[in-house]
Ligand binder design. Structure first.
Ligand code: NAP
Length: 248
């Protein structure tokens, strides 16, 4: 299966409930709209409500299934907030078929020798610890699905420790590790598959911040990398777990 060029049937995600973190902008906003356009009810998670409302309105005016907004600041949320999240989603939807961990903090592009502890803590909290807490809380809801998919978001610098990427790179190594550990724990005993996507260079605010001298017109837009997101979210990827795949 050439998953980078996967062509999804129009009803791929019909009846599925899918949560997307960082759904307010960049890859997350496009992934949420793409999942909705293939029939999913999407839960738009993020911290900037007006931006989430814009994504909500786009989905509603396109006539796709009505989404939901779930405001959450991943830097400040506590374990109790994730337990409450489970209760509210269970009450409203009764199950969860997909969870795209997409939100991310870039932190500083500077040597470890100069890296600020406060930035380190923020990046690790959002990119790793929040993912752990949310995944742990929502696993019982994902278990209620016949075929569920958890997708983590990695990066090329989460596989090779390149200089000056600091906590961001280290957080992505941890994300790859969390995805593997969880995939191996669930394989054979659960309907949940767990994989990582490396988006590759994609035209977003984060990319522009990380590479200010780059001409944005030379790199892909989020819409271009959606085939792999659809493949891993839909049932055609059943049996695929513990993989880290490149979207381009
Ligand atoms: P982006 O446009 O900057 O979007 C990041 C998203 O994360 C936004 O929705 C942002 O919310 C949200 N977020 C950040 N901190 C948050 C917090 N504390 N609480 C809640 N939400 C928070 O970035 P992107 O390029 O689309 O990145 C998406 C994912 O792809 C990230 O995991 C990134 O590491 C990964 N990635 C991107 C590239 C690339 O070239 N773009 C390459 C490799 C990996 P606000 O809108 O409220 O700020």
């Amino acid at each position: 299966m050439d998953s980078q060029n996967y062509s999804a049937p129009q009803d791929l995600l019909t009846g599925k409930v899918i949560a997307v973190t960082g759904a307010s902008d960049g890859i997350g906003a496009v992934a949420a709209k793409t999942f909705a356009s293939f029939g999913a009810t999407v839960i738009l998670m993020g911290r900037t409500v007006p931006k989430l409302e814009k994504v909500y309105d786009d989905i509603e005016s396109a006539g796709w299934p009505q989404p939901a907004i779930y405001p959450i600041c991943l830097e400040g949320a506590s374990e109790k907030d994730y337990e409450d999240m489970y209760d509210r989603l269970e009450e409203t939807f009764g199950k969860l078929d997909g969870l795209l961990h997409n939100a991310g903090e870039l932190g500083q592009r500077t040597p470890i020798a100069n890296y600020k502890l406060s930035t380190w803590q923020k990046v690790l909290q959002v990119n790793v610890t929040a993912e752990f807490m949310m995944t742990k809380a929502l696993l019982p809801l994902l278990e209620k699905s016949d075929s569920a998919s958890i997708i983590f978001t990695t990066s090329g610098v989460g596989r090779v420790g390149k200089p000056f990427w600091g906590a961001y790179a280290i957080s992505k190594f941890a994300t790859e590790g969390m995805s593997q550990v969880l995939a191996n724990e669930l394989e054979g005993i659960s309907n949940i598959r767990v994989n990582c996507i490396n988006p590759g260079a994609t035209r977003t605010r984060m990319r522009a911040t990380a590479f200010p001298a780059e001409d944005p017109s030379t790199i892909k837009i989020p819409e271009d990398i959606m085939p792999l997101y659809l493949y891993l979210m839909g049932n055609d990827s059943e049996g695929i777990t513990g993989q880290s795949m490149d979207a381009q």
